[in-house]
Design a protein around this ligand. Structure first.
Ligand SMILES: *Cc1c(COP(=O)(O)O)cnc(C)c1O
Length: 430
């Protein structure tokens, strides 16, 4: 499979090169040159397949023959070491729990898949690779855990000081080994801007191979297709229209769902559920795409003012606004609405959601106001324990701390504070 840059001013590359480079030389995101839908019989009989088999079928064409079948299957088996349960919270409303991995965030799957691909390619390439990543919350922990101890790969994570939860901070600052954390005096957009600048800085890239582990990277982005198929597999009634509501920040997860739909997964509609950062919601309403500085909310992993994957979503809809509007709806919710939804889910449905999942649920509720004959799945993208302060404030009920979290809580934080791009550069080059 070849990948081309969505800016169209860089050469096409292989899967391997796209994974190692992250972003094309013209700053464009890589996009697969083609896609072949899977046979309908596969989706009709999806219950007969294991999660590993489903994942293999979905990802195989995007990897091509660059990783031999046996190795690719091993990578998948190693990545998918946990469950993805679909829980009915109300009639026709399901939560797809994506938080049962090592850092309790859905990003674990993408990060683990990417780390293992990079490690595979690295065996043949003796040069070290530095993964440089900006996080608004969960990416950092998932990447840190996914890449820990991977030979030939160094990881540098930038996060906005004071703007990630304590547990999130611990997850990305306590691992040591090949993982380094930089605490940036600023917001997520500042971190992302520094990372983007570094990728284009030849005084850095001439000395070291940098790559991204944000959902910009195809090896982080594409494995997220699996979730949508895992949900479909678990649905008992497959005859009703199926709608997914996805709490969205950089729009990687939802965009992967759309790719799965292109491969034939029968999804009727996507809902991008967002917080006050509502550039896409506004766009669908006005036709005017207007990135904004990010606004801080209680669902901080979605505090993104200029979602990097949106260009891929447009491409998947042939850059046709009407096509897009037929397949994607979007609603935005305030912090107060989010808290109320968490409380409602807890009291009425006996379900504890984190703020992101609660926004997904709100997206479903909004949709159902005008469309009752559908089945809706919202993605629960993080374990509620990762947002303890919000949870304590809203629900005031003890929840059990899972072992994955216990293991980092008491560890010592290690991070280097930086304020400027120059400090990042010095750090990388030293
Ligand atoms: C990253 C993240 C999101 C947003 O996912 P995107 O793919 O960036 O849209 C939502 N919820 C949680 C908990 C996250 O960590």
């Amino acid at each position: 499979m070849k990948y081309y840059s969505l800016n169209n001013k860089a050469p096409q590359v292989s899967f391997c090169e796209a994974v190692i480079k992250g972003l094309a030389s013209d700053k464009g995101l890589y996009f697969p040159e083609s896609r072949t839908p899977l046979p309908t019989s596969f989706f009709e009989n999806i219950e007969a397949y294991s999660n590993n088999e489903i994942a293999y079928k979905l990802i195989k064409q995007f990897v091509g023959d660059e990783i031999p079948v046996k190795d690719l299957k091993e990578i998948i088996a190693d990545v998918l070491q946990f469950n993805f349960p679909l829980i009915e919270v109300e009639k026709n409303i399901y939560s797809l729990e994506l938080f049962h991995g090592p850092t309790m965030a859905f990003k674990d799957v993408g990060a683990r898949f990417m780390a293992r691909c990079l490690s595979y390619f690295n065996n043949k390439n003796p040069n070290e690779v530095t993964v440089l990543v900006a996080t608004s919350g969960d990416t950092g922990g998932a990447v840190a855990s996914g890449f820990l101890g991977v030979e030939g790969v160094n990881v540098v994570i930038l996060y906005p000081s004071g703007k990630v939860s304590d547990i999130q901070e611990k997850q990305l600052t306590t691992l040591g080994q090949n993982i380094k954390a930089l605490e940036v005096d600023g917001v997520f957009d500042d971190c992302q801007a520094m990372v983007k600048k570094a990728f284009l800085d030849t005084s850095i890239t001439s000395k070291m191979q940098l790559t991204s582990a944000n959902s910009i990277n195809i090896a982080r982005w594409l494995p997220q297709m699996f979730y949508f198929a895992f949900a479909y597999k678990q649905l008992k009634d497959k005859s009703k229209k199926l709608v997914f509501s996805i709490p969205s920040g950089n729009y990687g997860n939802i965009c992967a769902g759309m790719m799965a739909q292109k491969l034939g997964l029968p999804i009727d509609l996507f809902i991008a559920a967002t917080n006050a950062n509502k550039v896409v919601t506004d766009y669908l309403e006005s036709g005017n795409y207007q990135p904004k500085p990010s606004i801080q909310t209680i669902s901080n992993a979605m505090d993104v003012g200029d979602p990097s994957n949106f260009i891929r979503i447009e491409k998947l809809h042939d850059n046709d606004f009407d096509k897009l509007k037929n397949n994607l709806h979007s609603y935005s919710f305030t912090d107060n609405e989010t808290r109320e939804a968490m409380l409602h889910l807890f009291k009425e449905c006996n379900y504890t959601a984190d703020p992101h999942g609660a926004i997904g649920y709100l997206g479903v509720k909004e949709h159902l106001k005008n469309n009752d004959n559908t089945q809706c799945v919202f993605l629960e993208t993080a374990h509620p324990v990762k947002f303890l302060p919000v949870l304590d404030e809203v629900i005031a009920n003890q929840i059990e701390i899972p072992s994955q979290i216990k293991s980092v809580i008491d560890k010592e934080k290690e991070a280097t504070k930086i304020e400027t791009y120059k400090e990042l550069k010095d750090f990388l080059l030293k």
